[in-house]
Design a protein around this ligand. Structure first.
Ligand SMILES: [Zn+2]
Ligand SMILES: [Zn+2]
Length: 149
């Protein structure tokens, strides 16, 4: 009995170049067709978005690992109130000279550049972990968190 699938498989295996040539010819003949272009554009776009999402996910994961590493090194929770949810935590310059230092990194301490810098500097002294509340409170209250004044 004739097995068409098996035949197909063998045919494709034995005629690889021929098939590639035929595809190329088809492409050459149809590359100016609107429908073909549309199809091609959509296919490219689809893979672009698929990969883009994947790339963003990887970057996010990497960024998160970076932050976890640094925050954990500096105690892993808010030095003032004990908040331990990573998403609430940020790095703080203990002596309040943060603003000047922050300028090097585009004005904020939450960017990955700061975390990369800290790791490269082997975790310099002078930083502490604060939650965003305590961090903002401190900045608005002459460098002392309202919890403590
Ligand atoms: Zn806090
Ligand atoms: Zn506080």
């Amino acid at each position: 009995m004739h097995d068409s699938k098996e035949y197909d498989r063998k045919y494709r295996k034995n005629h690889k170049e021929e098939i590639a040539k035929r595809k190329k010819k088809y492409y050459e003949e149809h590359k100016n067709d609107e429908i073909y272009q549309e199809y091609h554009r959509k296919a490219t776009l689809k893979s672009y978005w698929k990969n883009r999402e994947k790339r963003i996910m990887q970057m996010r994961q990497w960024h998160r690992n970076l932050i976890t590493q640094v925050i954990t090194h500096y105690g892993g929770k808010c030095t003032c109130c004990g908040e331990a949810e990573l998403l609430f935590l940020t790095l703080d310059h203990i002596d309040g000279q943060g603003a000047k230092h922050r300028k090097q990194f585009g004005g904020r301490y939450s960017g990955r550049k700061v975390y990369q810098w800290i790791i490269a500097q082997k975790y310099p002294k002078g930083f502490q972990v604060l939650c965003f509340n305590c961090n903002c409170g401190k900045a608005r209250n002459n460098n002392v968190c309202p919890h403590k004044s």
